[in-house]
Design a protein around this ligand. Structure first.
Ligand SMILES: O=P(O)(O)OC[C@H]1O[C@H](OP(=O)(O)OP(=O)(O)O)[C@H](O)[C@@H]1O
Ligand SMILES: Nc1ncnc2[nH]cnc12
Length: 177
């Protein structure tokens, strides 16, 4: 029988702000089969599709994105929070469910002819992922697929990302906020 990955995600109410139900993946990744199956199920959906790079969003997207890149045999592109990358960067501001932030990539890391799979742990408003896909596309790379461990469909981010022309998959969904 396949492992119930959703049961391994812990929910913590009122973190980091009152009213937020925080979906905590640390309990999923400390479970050996839970971590391995999460990565493998994402990778399985994209094998043979010509993905050249997996891009992961700091910080939780690095955990799953790096694993998926290894599983697919691709390079890994870190999408970092502002000021962390040493080379020339391009950046994008975005709004979070609970604040604002800026993400950056190296300007020369991917470009025309590359097909990038975006990976993150969770999509809520979609602000982070839309900013990330936009950054990758500004390089000339193709970014038409994004994979998440968790979707919060009632917040609507996955639908917004789809409307930007990015096909979205997720391993589980939590209803409500
Ligand atoms: O769909 P959105 O509303 O944009 O929210 C989703 C993003 O929020 C979380 O990251 P966070 O910015 O909290 O950073 P962290 O990974 O460093 O904890 C999560 O890991 C996603 O990247
Ligand atoms: N509800 C939530 N739980 C965990 N991470 C998040 N990032 C944005 N919203 C979140």
């Amino acid at each position: 029988m396949s492992l119930d990955l959703k049961s391994l995600v812990r929910t913590i109410p009122d973190y980091p702000k009152k009213g937020i139900l925080f979906r905590d993946i640390t309990t999923l990744i400390e479970h050996p089969e839970g971590f391995r199956d999460s990565v493998e199920r994402i990778a399985a959906a994209y094998r043979g599709q010509g993905i050249t790079h997996v891009a992961g969003i700091e910080a939780r997207g690095f955990i799953f994105g790096a694993g998926v890149a290894i599983a697919l045999g691709t390079g890994f592109v870190p999408i970092r929070k502002k000021g962390k990358l040493p080379g020339e960067t391009i950046g994008q501001n975005y709004a979070l469910e609970y604040g604002v932030d800026t993400i950056e990539i190296h300007a020369d890391v991917v470009g025309p002819g590359h097909k990038v799979l975006l990976v993150d742990d969770l999509i809520a408003t979609g602000g982070t992922a839309i900013a990330a896909a936009g950054l990758l596309r500004r390089t000339g790379a193709l970014c038409d697929n994004a994979a998440f461990v968790i979707d919060l469909p009632d917040i609507g981010g996955a639908a917004k990302l789809e409307a930007e022309g990015v096909r979205v998959t997720s391993l589980m969904a939590f209803e409500g906020h």
